[in-house]
Design a binder for this molecule. Sequence first.
Ligand code: GLU
Length: 323
Amino acid sequence: MKKGLFLGVALATSMLMSFGMAQAKTQFVTIGTGGITGVYYPTGGAIAKMVNKKKKEYGIRATVESTGGSVFNVNAVMNGDLEFGIVQSDRQYQAINGLAEWKDKGPQKDLRAVFSIHPEAVTLVAAVDAGIKDIKDLKGKKVNIGNPGSGQRQNAIDALEAVGINIDKDLQAESIKASEAASLLQDGRIDAFFYTVGHPSGAIKEATSGARKVRLATITGIDALLAKYPYYAKATIPISLYPGAQNDKDIETFGVKATLVTSAKVPDEVVYAITKEVFDNFDEFKKLHPAYATLTKKNMLEGLSAPIHPGAMKYYKEVGLMK
Ligand code: GLU
């Protein structure tokens, strides 16, 4: 009887121990993205999918969180609420250098780059009945420049300033999330909205397929802005991606890149595993979203301004992508 009890206890203890060990082995990591109708959200899902396939090998379980966007993601990665975040390349530059939203807090020294992803265009979506064809037509209009925490907010402010439009005096600026902007535009509650996003995206499809006629307005006359900031470049949005938009040619604007960032505090093996699974299975990854059409392994290492995380660097050296 005693022996049986002892054996039972021993068995239960060893089961508990091995269960405990299996638990300790699984590392849960969360990737901060953006609104669910953007491209960050499916991108977080695509990255998570690649690494979760090898859960048995790495013991990593990645999940995705919808967030307010780039600025939110940098801050959440820095304070340890998220392990990874998708962040505009311009915001990565500002965070590591202590500019824009990080002017008071100073350089975010622990920010680390992993790789860059799809190009993002500063997209100005406008109602045809509001008579907006170009950014300069926004004077006096009700315009969503984006929620604080989003990447697009500063892009909108920079572009408006570059064409001489003051957001406090010359228009009525709204600060709502991009995921809500399309329906507000369709309901006639705003005249236009800015969204820095990859194409095609659900948000722009939604905005251009309702009853109110909508076009993508050009952002021109910003050459001085492009010359001033290293992270901005000219970009074109192919109109073929949005059959519902009232445009007859591709749209001239400017843009940045989406990038994956993490913290110096995230273990090397976790960052290595994610990097390896995305790059080793590059062709499969590329098929997961049409916004990845122009991706190459090489251009996924461009547009990074924070130091590359040692876990990612280990992989790039192994495969000869970096020396
Ligand atoms: N670029 C946007 C931001 O940083 C997010 C775009 C997206 O979710 O695809 O807030």
